[in-house]
Ligand binder design. Structure first.
Ligand SMILES: Nc1ncnc2c1ncn2[C@@H]1O[C@H](COP(=O)(O)OP(=O)(O)O)[C@@H](O)[C@H]1O
Ligand SMILES: [Mg+2]
Length: 320
């Protein structure tokens, strides 16, 4: 559905000179390499998390895929189109959803905006009514569509925004930071909706977010980008295997144990009786557990993976 090869995007910006004349005659350009030979493919019916720190190139990538920006070089193929050609038949199949966008007509019910988008996207009457019914029920929003938008709460308005953006039932959706700046409750509404929508319509979704929670809950596959380069593309679970060298072992002690004895096991992360936690190398786990069994009287023992957030932070910083 999406094929990207050696995609490069360089932004050229003018740098202000010291005076009006130097600006005019000696214009200086600064080049920002936003994407540097990015390649990946996305098949149909997939939900891919696209993550990276601020300025990594996420929005630039999505804008190129949606036909909003022209690439500097490389190949881009989306649904067998070159996105920037902006063919109507292409635009009718995609949607670009940004967080905190406002397209709703303020004084009117959301239904009026839906109707407007219906006309823009040339959705048939039957299809339109079906989609509005399905999406409102997916969002528990049947009673909201006829109220003036200005009387709705933020969370309710967001639901209406989502319906308005998806009224043409696109099969490929780019969500760019859909939950940014929202309270936890509203974030949850969006997350649940994306999940259900994807399932119900078998849509292909690419989602950027810097909330790991979004990605963990929604995506099986992640593409990690930093400074315009892809650092990782694969299963979210496998990133843990690949990049995490340690596990967290927590022991709930039966009785107080001498610090020296505790330290003889390994690197203590925290100790507040009765709980002691160790950071232990993945490959040393069996022998350390064996040691704990022999040296420490305990009531409980748990072994946890390093949090994905931590692993990805390490990925960004180039450390392993
Ligand atoms: N219109 C623009 N002009 C110049 N530089 C830009 C423009 N848009 C983005 N950039 C730069 O390109 C890089 C990637 O930006 P962006 O794709 O927005 O990153 P992200 O969405 O991952 O935060 C950043 O260094 C950013 O400053
Ligand atoms: Mg962005």
């Amino acid at each position: 559905m999406i094929q990207v090869k050696n995609l490069t995007k360089i932004y050229k910006t003018t740098v202000k000179g010291s005076s009006f004349f130097s600006d005019l005659f000696n214009r200086k350009y600064k080049e920002v390499v936003a994407l540097d030979k990015v390649s990946f493919e996305i098949a149909g019916n997939e939900l891919v998390g696209f993550i990276g720190p601020n300025g990594a190139g996420k929005t630039t990538t999505l804008k190129i895929l949606a036909g909003i920006l022209y690439p500097t070089s490389g190949q881009v193929n989306v649904l067998d189109y070159f996105p920037f050609d902006k063919k109507r038949s292409f635009l009718k199949q995609i949607a670009f959803v940004m967080g905190q966008r406002n397209q709703l007509l303020w004084d009117l019910p959301a239904l009026d905006t839906f109707q407007l988008n219906k006309e823009i996207y040339e959705v048939s009457d039957d299809r339109y009514h079906q989609i509005v019914d399905e999406l409102t029920s997916l969002l528990n929003a049947e009673n909201l569509v006829e109220k003036p938008v200005k009387t709705l709460s933020l969370g309710e308005r967001m639901k209406m925004e989502l319906i308005a953006t998806l009224i043409h039932n696109p099969k490929l959706i780019f969500f760019d930071e859909p939950t940014i700046g929202l309270d936890l409750f509203s974030q949850e509404i969006i997350r649940e909706f994306i999940k259900k929508y994807q399932k119900q319509y078998r849509a292909t979704i690419m989602l950027t977010s810097h909330y790991m929670e979004d990605v963990k809950r929604l995506a099986k596959r992640i593409i990690v980008i930093n400074k315009g380069k892809i650092l990782y593309d694969g299963n979210l679970k496998e990133i843990v295997q690949k990049y995490s060298s340690t596990k967290l072992v927590t022991v709930v002690l039966e009785s107080k144990i001498d610090q020296i004895k505790l330290s003889s096991i390994g690197n203590i992360i925290s100790y507040v009786f009765p709980k002691v936690s160790y950071k232990i190398d993945r490959h040393l786990i069996p022998e350390k557990i064996d040691l704990i069994n022999r040296l420490l009287p305990y009531m409980d023992l748990t072994i946890e993976e390093e949090p994905i957030e931590e692993i990805i932070k390490k990925l960004f910083s180039g450390k392993k």
